[in-house]
Design a binder for this molecule. Structure first.
Ligand code: COI
Length: 355
């Protein structure tokens, strides 16, 4: 399928790298593609970044049939632009599509469209270490209809946003809040895919955490409210007795690509890595016994985010006395060295965007 390009004649000013936060600035163009039952996915095109006009009855606005991804493009020291494991994101977007009754798309075409878009927007990829071009592929239900069913028509779009650190803390320890009053996902639900509703479901507890001075919520399982799941914007890792432990993928945890990368790097470094159930009580006991060395999150937006304080009921633990632990530091460096092209990447992890 031919991907057409329509350029804008109104280019926006670029912010300075030092002014970049997360998700507030968008580039000049976007990728669009439509689906209807007669034509399938069709009309892949690059167009000026613009509003999507939809009727108030459009299904995504009512029933949340929406899925998305987050990945990044990096500028290397020799001024090349490269993507980190983009095939994995499009594969997961299709998993989300199947789960949410959205027709699957051609992953190669989507990657080709993304590369074409980034080539056009290459000057938007920031230069400073710690900055990148965040990429948000999204699919939304477009039928103007109020009955509850899967939509027949969809819009696939990709927008780009130059970003700095996701958390205002940067690469400093964040405070996380464990809630027993709310759950993010349940057994048999859609917690393992990136669909809008999972994030909507996290907002109430997130607000509660913020009001109490905490950055994020650490979710427990939706059945027993006992086992640690994820943070919502990232997966979670603990170092206990020199062993790297992360909750096993159980159907309600997102299968993070950064999570997978950390596990793979740790195994290569001969670190003991275990994916298993870990209860919040086990975590607090490990801390009490002096065995909990580090906690950190992993995610595309968050990269590696050290966790300094965890609050659960009236118990608060402080990990690392406000300092970033050596293992979180090492994974941050190993991962960003690969992403910024400073070291050779494992096979298939880097997709270069050539002119
Ligand atoms: C990401 O890490 O890219 C995410 O999608 C998490 C969040 C910003 C929604």
């Amino acid at each position: 399928m031919n991907i057409t390009i329509t350029k804008t004649d109104q280019l926006k000013p670029h912010p300075k790298d030092t002014a970049l936060g997360f998700g507030t600035v968008f580039t000049d163009h976007m990728f669009n593609m439509d689906y209807d039952p007669k034509n399938g996915w069709h009309n892949p095109r690059i167009e000026p970044y613009q509003p999507i006009i939809m009727a108030p009855s459009t299904m995504v606005l009512h029933y949340g049939q929406a899925i998305f991804e987050g990945l990044k493009a990096f500028r290397t020291e020799d001024n090349q632009i490269q993507l980190f494991r983009p095939q994995e994101n499009f594969k997961r977007l299709n998993l989300s599509a199947r789960t949410m009754c959205i027709p699957e798309f051609d992953e190669e075409l989507a990657l080709e469209g993304l590369k074409k878009l980034i080539r056009l927007e290459k000057d938007w990829v920031p230069k400073t270490l710690g900055t990148s071009l965040y990429i948000r592929p999204t699919i939304v239900a477009m039928d103007p209809f109020l009955g509850v069913r899967a939509s027949y028509t969809y819009r696939f779009f990709i927008i780009l946003s130059p970003v700095g650190a996701y958390y205002p803390e940067g690469f400093n320890p964040v405070k996380i809040w464990v809630t027993k009053d709310h759950v993010r996902a349940v057994r048999g639900g859609v917690g393992f895919v990136k669909t809008a509703g999972n994030y909507a479901a996290s907002l109430f507890a997130g607000e509660e955490a913020h009001k109490n001075g905490y950055t994020q919520v650490l979710w427990l399982d939706g059945v027993e409210l006992k086992y640690i799941e994820e943070v919502g914007s990232m997966n979670i890792f603990f170092v206990i007795n020199n062993e790297l432990i992360t909750p096993a993928l159980n159907g309600s945890i997102l299968s993070g690509i950064t999570r997978d990368s950390v596990i793979s790097m740790a195994k290569k470094q001969n670190m003991k890595v275990t994916e298993r159930k870990i209860s919040i009580d086990e975590l607090f006991d490990a801390h009490a016994e002096g065995k909990l060395q580090e906690a950190f999150g992993s995610g595309t937006a968050a990269v590696i985010s050290p966790v300094g304080i965890i609050k659960y009921n009236d118990r608060v633990i402080n990990i690392g006395e406000g300092n970033v632990g050596p293992i979180a530091k090492r994974f941050f460096k190993d991962l960003t060295d690969i992403q910024y092209g400073k070291v050779e990447a494992p096979k298939g992890w880097i997709e270069k965007i050539t002119d």
